[in-house]
Design a protein around this ligand. Structure first.
Ligand SMILES: [Fe+2]
Length: 155
């Protein structure tokens, strides 16, 4: 599985959100590396959990930014976040079904899905809010002041 890489074309104009996107790419790449290596399979569940937690953190921050700059299509973007978290949550729960089942969960198809999803999230959804967020002092402040305690998912 080829590694995904962040580049300048992926910038959504808010430095904190760009940093989040880079971190999500890193976690997905890690998940791929663990899944390819038999001996590191046990780390796979942990990577999937890390992806879930970081995605929740990033989505909450991004939603705060989109709200702060009054991005008109925020609702649509939020629904994509919910859908993603639900999917990853379901996958993570499947690990409880047994080790063999777990080994089959993180496969090429899942990694391709994750990469495609994140590319769409950044290049389509991110670029759509960029013109609203980029020069908005309120958006900048929302991104900067965001705290992990504001993550409301899975509670
Ligand atoms: Fe994002």
């Amino acid at each position: 599985m080829a590694l995904m890489q962040w580049n300048e074309k992926m910038s959504v104009g808010v430095i904190e959100l760009d940093a989040d996107h880079k971190e999500l790419i890193k976690v997905i790449n890690q998940l791929g590396a663990n899944a390819e290596d038999e001996a590191r399979r046990s780390a796979t569940r942990q990577s999937l959990f890390a992806l879930l937690r970081y995605a929740e953190y990033h989505f909450a921050r991004e939603e705060k930014v989109m709200a702060a700059c009054q991005y008109p299509d925020i609702r649509e973007h939020e629904l994509e976040h919910r859908d993603f978290v639900e999917r990853i949550n379901r996958l993570h729960r499947r690990f409880d079904e047994g080790p063999e089942e777990a080994a089959a969960i993180v496969d090429e198809a899942l990694l391709t899905f994750l990469q495609d999803w994140l590319k769409h999230h950044i290049l389509i959804e991110g670029m759509a809010y960029r013109p609203h967020a980029e020069h908005s002092p309120a958006a900048r402040e929302a991104a900067k002041s965001f705290k992990a305690s504001e993550v409301w998912w899975s509670r």
